[in-house]
Unconditional design. Structure first.
Length: 239
């Protein structure tokens, strides 16, 4: 089927039905993984010509019929729609091949899964100017929340609530991310939320209702543990 698509100017002129739109989705995803960006517009144009709207949503037909007619038989499967959404995310660079390639098969993933030691940068925030002045006497440089007004500092629990609603759809019966705590790899990232730059407080500093977070020795051990974890598992290009 792939060869017939590549060698034909209009595959819909075939006299038999084809599972053609689904193959085109794989063609686009393959182009992204193989870094063949110049081929994507060709396949995107073909895909756009057969996508229909059902209840206002772009829908991938199960089959394309002869003479350019589009047939949606019964309903498109969830798998088809999932790959359509995945294609959109890859094209718009909202996700990248290394985010999907957990087996590290592609070259793009192998570059990010090497054994380079990441550089861990720690930002220290003082809750008040008085505490900032106290820390400065010990040679510790900090900033207060007022000094970084362009950056929002959230507790990780707030981001958990936000991600729970992200991607949810009552019509499809979909929910967002389960309400589980965010680990170090998530709280160490810089997030963009509605145009705002957001950074999160680590989980061990967010549990203010638990007495163990008041213990200085336990907190210092938690910091060291999280830094070691980041050093061992951070695989992104950024620091």
């Amino acid at each position: 089927i792939s060869e017939s698509i590549d060698n034909s100017t209009n595959p819909l002129e075939s006299s038999s039905e084809l599972e053609w739109p689904f193959i085109i989705l794989f063609q686009i995803i393959t182009c992204v993984f193989e870094n063949r960006q110049h081929d994507i517009p060709k396949y995107r144009a073909i895909l756009d010509s057969v996508i229909s709207k059902v209840n206002g949503y772009p829908t991938v037909p199960l089959y394309a019929t002869t003479k350019g007619e589009i047939a949606i038989k019964n309903q498109c499967t969830t798998v088809f729609q999932a790959f359509l959404i995945l294609t959109e995310l890859l094209e718009n660079q909202l996700v990248f091949p290394h985010d999907l390639d957990y087996r590290r098969q592609s070259q793009d993933s192998k570059v990010r899964s090497d054994k380079r030691t990441p550089i861990i940068q720690i930002a220290l925030l003082a809750e008040s100017t008085a505490f900032q002045a106290l820390l400065s006497t010990y040679g510790i440089s900090t900033q207060t929340p007022n000094q970084i007004e362009s950056v929002y500092v959230w507790p990780s629990s707030k981001l958990v609530d936000l991600l729970y609603h992200h991607g949810s759809d009552s019509k499809l019966g979909l929910t967002g991310r389960p309400k589980r705590p965010l680990g170090s790899l998530c709280t160490s990232r810089v997030w963009k939320v509605d145009g705002k730059t957001v950074m999160c407080i680590p989980l061990y500093q967010d549990e203010q209702d638990f007495y163990i977070s008041k213990d200085e020795t336990s907190t210092s051990k938690s910091i060291k543990t999280h830094i070691k974890f980041l050093k061992a598992h951070w695989r992104e290009q950024a620091r």
